[in-house]
Every structure is written in structure tokens, then in C-alpha cells.
Design a protein around this ligand. Structure first.
Ligand code: ASP
Length: 360
């Protein structure tokens, strides 16, 4: 069985919606997870701003909410659905103190309602199947138990789930990936992530056809925005294969499973590169008009930071410890803070630990 997740850019407007309907129908996809509509004026951002207005003045009626409402109502109208009653009860609930997580999750909620209607699928609320631990992490065991009762075919909103206390709770930004991975892991299915890029790219701008879970996890942890990095552990734990696909093209995409792929990779949006990166490659990257934001080199069992990497000490220590470095000597300042030392028992394996590059 296929579980497919469509990101906000794949659901930005009516023509995107129709593409998604086409993909779901032609591939007979029985379980669909959605983000809130993205593009210009992301619905999630508007809802966050609207909630802040409610905090300030006790009324969610504001410019941002009106903009979000307009987009949602228009999408619904195009597929022949009236969501006025939903919008009224959402407004009343927010004004009545339903809270931040409830308010911000309504983008995914309404998007799932509209897509379910357009597909003729049932709507399954995430609070009925995506179960969280007390600290807001995915509780795979409980999600597994509750997913058995999902009525297929269905559309499920991403980005939130239910705490053991019964309260609704948001996942981190970009967390619909996690919702999709949790449902796919629970159902033991193939997981398709549909987005607006052809997959994960290598340093030559080619799509990498295969990556292992560990490689993909590392890339996403370091900033490749194509997936939420925590999705990988969920999928790996159940051996669920992940396919990254482009909603807007027929490219083969990237498959993530158990196979190892040596070398380095870039996602097109926030490019990231790691492992064995030699000077020629760095020059080639610079020639592509990319900026090297952070570079670190192994010297014996020490790591020297070469450039002003712009990461906060906390972020940097997390990155370095994740990469398993034995000792770190910092030779450059980090942002405006003075040089600092990181201590710890780390083991370093690669010639060059981590290089994060971004568009200039
Ligand atoms: N809509 C949420 C966000 O913008 C969650 C997601 O897209 O996965 O972060």
C-alpha cells in the first residue's frame, strides 16, 4: 500500500490541487497526507500571525486570517465544497481560547477536508491516528494501534497529532513529513513524498537515484529541506521505502532505503555537501555561484573550523557531535561571538566532516 504526502507547494492553488487529484487517482493511492497550502502567503504563516493578533486583542478577525480564509474558501469553492461552517466554528473556537496548536493546525485540517472532497475519499483527522508522547514526539506504537482503524481510502491532515492528555499538538515546522512517515511506518507501506523538486541532487546537479536512510537523515539534519530528518528513523525502524517525487514533473526521483551511496549530495533548495570534499570540488561549487557557509577539516584527530561558519555555538556543537568528531579546535570566530572550544568524547570518521553551502 502506498502512503503519499503532498507538501504545501503541491497544494498552493486550484491547478496544483487538480494535479494532485490526478496523481492520486492514476496511482490509486489509498492514503494521502497533506500540508497546508503553501506558495506566496503560506497558510501556516498567516494562521500564526492571526493567532498573535488574537493574543493581542482577543479577536482572531484580522487581515492575516481574512487572507487565509479567502484562499481556503476559494480552493473549496473550486472543488464545489462550502467550508463556511468550518471557518465559523474555527473562528469561534480560537476566540474561545482553543490555543495556538489548534489555530495553526487548521490549515492542514481544512486542506485535508477539501482534498478529501475533491477525491471522494474519507477525511480522517490526525488526532484519531497520529499519536504523540508526552513530549510531543511521534508515538509509533500507539500510532500503529490506531492506524488499523483508518477508513480507506482517506486524506489525513499532516503537522499535528494528539498528546496522551488528549490535547492537540503541533509537530515542528515541516512536520507533515513526520505525520506521513508515521502513518507509512504504522501501515508498513511505501512512503511517497511529493514535492516541488526532482529529488535529492548531487554536486553536479543530477538527481541521486538511491540513498540510504542514514545518508538522507544526515543531509536533512544539516539543512537539506527536502525532508524532516526525524522521518528517516521512523521509516528505517519499519523498513519502509521512501520515494521523493516531483508533483510537477515525471522525473524518477530519489529512493531512500537501505542502500549506501558514497559521495556527496545537494538538494536544490538549501544545498548541503558532506564527506571527502577536496579542493577541486569546492572550487567547482564556488564556480556554480554557491557560497560555502561552513567548512571544517580534520587535522589528526582534531577538527579545525576554517571559515567563519555563522552557526551558533549550540548549533555547531550539535552538528559536530552528530558527525562524531574527536576534538575540535576553533580557529575562526562564529558570527559575532568570540572563538569557543567544544569538549567531548567524539570519534571522527570522514576526511572532511561537514560543509554546508548555500546560494550566494
Ligand atoms: N504547514 C506546516 C509548515 O508550514 C507543516 C508542513 O508543511 O509540513 O511548516
Amino acid at each position: 500500500m502506498i502512503v503519499a504526502k503532498f507538501g504545501g507547494s503541491s497544494l498552493a492553488d486550484y491547478s496544483c490541487f487538480m494535479r494532485v487529484v490526478d496523481i492520486v487517482k492514476s496511482n490509486e493511492i489509498p492514503v494521502v497526507i497533506v500540508s497546508a497550502p503553501g506558495g506566496k502567503n503560506k497558510i501556516t504563516d498567516l494562521l500564526i500571525a492571526a493567532y498573535e493578533r488574537w493574543v493581542e486583542c482577543g479577536n482572531v478577525e484580522c487581515y492575516e486570517f481574512a487572507l487565509a480564509q479567502e484562499r481556503i474558501v476559494e480552493l473549496a469553492r473550486c472543488v464545489g465544497l462550502n467550508v463556511d461552517a468550518h471557518i465559523s466554528s474555527i473562528k469561534a473556537a480560537i476566540n474561545g481560547g482553543a490555543g495556538f496548536d489548534y489555530a495553526v493546525s487548521r490549515g492542514e485540517f481544512l486542506c485535508a477536508k477539501i482534498l478529501a472532497y475533491a477525491l471522494g475519499y474519507s477525511f480522517v483527522d490526525a488526532i484519531d491516528c497520529v499519536k504523540l508522547t508526552m513530549d510531543g514526539e511521534i508515538d509509533l506504537k500507539s500510532t500503529l494501534a490506531h492506524s488499523a482503524a483508518i477508513k480507506l481510502p482517506c486524506v489525513i491532515p499532516g503537522f499535528y497529532g494528539k498528546l496522551p492528555s488528549g490535547q492537540i499538538k503541533l509537530l515542528p515546522r515541516g512536520g507533515s513529513d513526520l505525520s506521513g512517515a508515521a502513518i507509512a511506518a504504522a501501515l508498513g507501506s511505501e512512503y511517497q513524498k511529493w514535492t516541488d523538486v526532482d529529488g535529492i541532487f548531487n554536486g553536479h546537479g543530477e538527481v541521486i537515484s538511491n540513498l540510504s536512510y542514514d545518508e538522507a537523515e544526515r543531509l536533512c539534519y544539516f539543512g537539506a529541506s527536502v525532508m524532516h530528518y526525524k522521518s528517516m528513523a521512523l521509516l528505517k525502524s519499519r523498513g519502509v521505502r521512501l520515494a521523493v517525487k516531483n508533483t510537477f514533473s515525471n522525473s524518477v526521483g530519489t529512493e531512500i532505503w537501505t542502500r549506501r551511496c558514497e559521495g556527496y549530495a545537494l538538494s536544490r533548495k538549501e544545498m548541503f555537501l558532506y564527506k571527502s570534499c577536496r579542493a577541486e570540488r569546492l572550487n567547482a561549487i564556488r564556480q556554480q555561484g554557491l557560497k560555502i557557509a561552513f567548512q571544517a577539516r580534520l587535522m589528526g584527530n582534531e577538527m579545525a573550523l576554517i571559515d567563519d561558519c555563522g552557526f551558533s555555538p549550540l548549533a555547531l556543537s550539535r552538528i559536530l557531535s552528530y558527525d562524531g568528531i574527536e576534538r575540535v579546535t576553533v580557529t575562526a570566530t562564529v558570527g559575532s561571538t568570540p572563538p569557543f572550544a567544544i569538549q567531548g568524547d567524539f570519534l571522527f570518521r570522514d576526511e572532511i566532516g561537514a560543509i554546508c553551502i548555500s546560494k550566494q
